[in-house]
Design a protein around this ligand. Sequence first.
Ligand code: TXE
Length: 499
Amino acid sequence: MTNFQNPIDPPEIVKGWIDNKVHHGKGKEIPVFYPGNGSQVSVLVEDTEDDIDKAVESARRTFDKTDWSKLSVEKRIEVLEACRQVILDNIDELALLECLGTGLILREIKGFHLQRAAYNFRFFAQYISQAHGERYDNTDGYLTLVNREPAGVVGLIAPWNAPMALATMKIAAAVAFGNCAILKPSEQTPFSLIKLATLLRDVLPEGVLNLVNGRGPVTGSSLVSHPGIDRISFTGGTVTGRQVMSDAGKQLTPCTMELGGKSANIVFASADYERALDGALIGIFSNNGQQCLAGSRILVQEKIFDKFVEEFVQRTKKIKVGDPLNDKTEIGPIASKQHMERILSFAENAQKEGDKVLVGGKRLSDQKTGFFIEPTAVLASSNNSKVCQEEIFGPFASFVPFKSEEEAISIANDTEFGLVSYIWSDHMPTIMKVSESMRSGVVWVNTPMMRELRAPFGGFKNSGVGREGGYSCEQFYTEEKTVSIPKTPLNLKKFGDEL
Ligand code: TXE
């Protein structure tokens, strides 16, 4: 049995970051584990209500009393580009810290997650360089301008499945539109984001990016409920999202919610078969299967169903699961013990409920310390089965056959979620009809996972509220102000002046 080594020497203790200084919170010490060997590697000091007060005061001070929110576009572009450079200059260390927290494969962290993190800042630098405004002339001689002003102090709540890529989208947007931010990383994966916050101290003035640590119901809910917060941007599970929105609603704080998914990956007989097979495997197994946009329900047309499933299973058996530091690894450990046990419980239940486990479903037998599971595929008894209705959020595919386009559409939409749909077909009328019928915020045709940052990303139904993307973020991270000015002096009605 192998016991994989930690990617990097872990920090002994993880603390918060307020006013560009280390902040020692008032709460408990929470253990943090490395998923690759299951051992506790560090503790984080939990921030409580008092600490949140300090973080909000600091952000508010910078927002209200300095020129941060009024920086010129040119200056702000420089700041965003400098943030990008900080990530690229420190990519090796940030990647190892991201790996330590998440167990994601180092190769993918460096090649994708951190490239995206850096690009998020460049994207918003480019976006604001072309920001547009509205102006209206009217026949009464008025000029009306619609100004966009920074929203204020924004709370950013990030999950554990891709901390750097997801949190930096929020940080970059907040900075681009002149806000001050308070970031709460997941308590499971604090290492890379706290490092980033400290590295950014030479670029961002104090109070622009504060970071608080701790569990959701303690630190997260104090942040969401704080009356000094003007926006909450949340990425996480649907159950938590409901709680966050209800807490924020008490202060009427606007929220965006990027929540879970149970996305249909629909493979028609008219598809390019090999490409669809590759796409289905990528759709469910990349990022250890822990992603909201995973194609976790694979619907395959009856004519090709048996062959497709058989070949999917054969390929799945060959996937290399193991050390995230090894260049050949394709799937690393699950992010936590609790999450691993939850995923495995779906495989156990599946047998009892009449579904058939085709491959996997167990913990890796030669690796009992880290949180490794076999990549899994299940033939569902129907789309009503638990494995088709609940978000499993791991390397776990559920197969369902369909006969016609109508049946595919009906099964695909038969879920509480509506984040993404994948369609594989070379028949244009099928592509058009099915994509128009999907109740999801995103549709990918003959491709897995294309993220165009200018376009909105988010979900229908229980997959979310609001969107992330260029214009969507501009709307969310700013307040609109309408200013009307007469172009020439007007003859106003004279109240109190006798007619
Ligand atoms: O996420 P949570 P969990 C899904 C996935 C997963 C399930 C549960 O199905 O199995 O959610 O994961 C913070 N107020 N996704 O429980 O709880 C928390 O500390 C404020 C989908 O780990 O949603 C963390 O920082 N904040 C997903 C963040 O919310 C609170 C990504 C996310 O944690 C809070 C992750 C509260 N009351 C899980 N409670 C995606 N959309 O990609 C928790 N948090």
